[in-house]
Design a protein around this ligand. Sequence first.
Ligand code: 5AD
Ligand code: FES
Length: 346
Amino acid sequence: MLVKKLIDQGYLSKEEYILLLEQYTQEDKEQLRKRALELKEKYYGKKVYTRGLIEFTNYCKNNCFYCGIQGKNKNVERYRLSMDEILECCQIGWNLGFRTFVLQGGEDPYFTDERIVEIVKAIKGTYENCAITLSIGEKSYEAYKKFREAGADRYLLRHESANEDHYKKLHPEEMTLQNRKECLYQLKELGFETGAGFMVGSPYQTNECLADDLIFLKELQPHMVGIGPFIPHHDTIFAQQEKGSLDKTLLLISVLRIILPKINLPATTALGTLDAKGREKGIQAGANVVMPNLSPTSVRKKYELYDNKICTGDEAAECRGCLQRRIESIGCEMVSERGDSAVLRE
Ligand code: 5AD
Ligand code: FES
């Protein structure tokens, strides 16, 4: 009943989401998955878009309780890529066929707004028709505006939890859900393709929290949504917590595809870490994007948000080829286009 309603209507009420999450059967999940795949194919065909991920700094002034590279963690060897190193990653990526670069980093005060602007301009100046995605946290409206004017196209800022109490249990008090949400609305207003998202199974998360996430996302109308399972990191206060469930993450990927059919929806590295075939399963549940790592292998191990993150060893020098084989193994096609969100196509 709820499954049919979700498919027909494209959303549920908070109470209905909670019920669905509490009671779903494998049959419900399969039905949602089929519908999600249909919608994914309607807007994106068999294509899977790729983004070259460049983790350019692991310095961070924040202390999100779940995150391995939080500022307080003294066991992390910190690094920053230089402008030349960043451009070299892009060059390698461009030659491999990447047309989107995601610059992701901690909230690192060294990278002032001006330095970010410089980097964006340098990349755009070299690779004219590439897309640049920034994923560098909460900044001022003015900063976002400068990034946009410099040529940044997209911005990823997971909201992490749309439930006030839950948000507080994951973050120190300097961080507020309200500011996070304001940032997301500002990014949209500035014309960024905007991505929000959350972890599945983060500590203290209830089905009510997830219902709040789904309702918030429907209201925000983002262009992209990133979700992945929570995976504990040994140096955090959540070291002993359970990891998120594969089954529920896949269910939520399908639900997101149904409530926001045109979004770009990645099968994340965390999903690939939780299960050897996690990313393939994510694509088969409705995801349409993968983000192979382009960071120099020498720094990959240092960008460990959670334990056992894949693609950090020497064997992962060429994530692109690895992912291409994986995507082809499930009958999809990894493509080289910029891959703008279908939300923009109306
Ligand atoms: N497990 C899974 N995902 C995590 N992230 C941070 N720490 C963890 C963890 N322990 C996610 C957050 C962040 C994104 C870059 O990585 O949701 O937004
Ligand atoms: Fe990185 Fe497979 S995608 S090793």
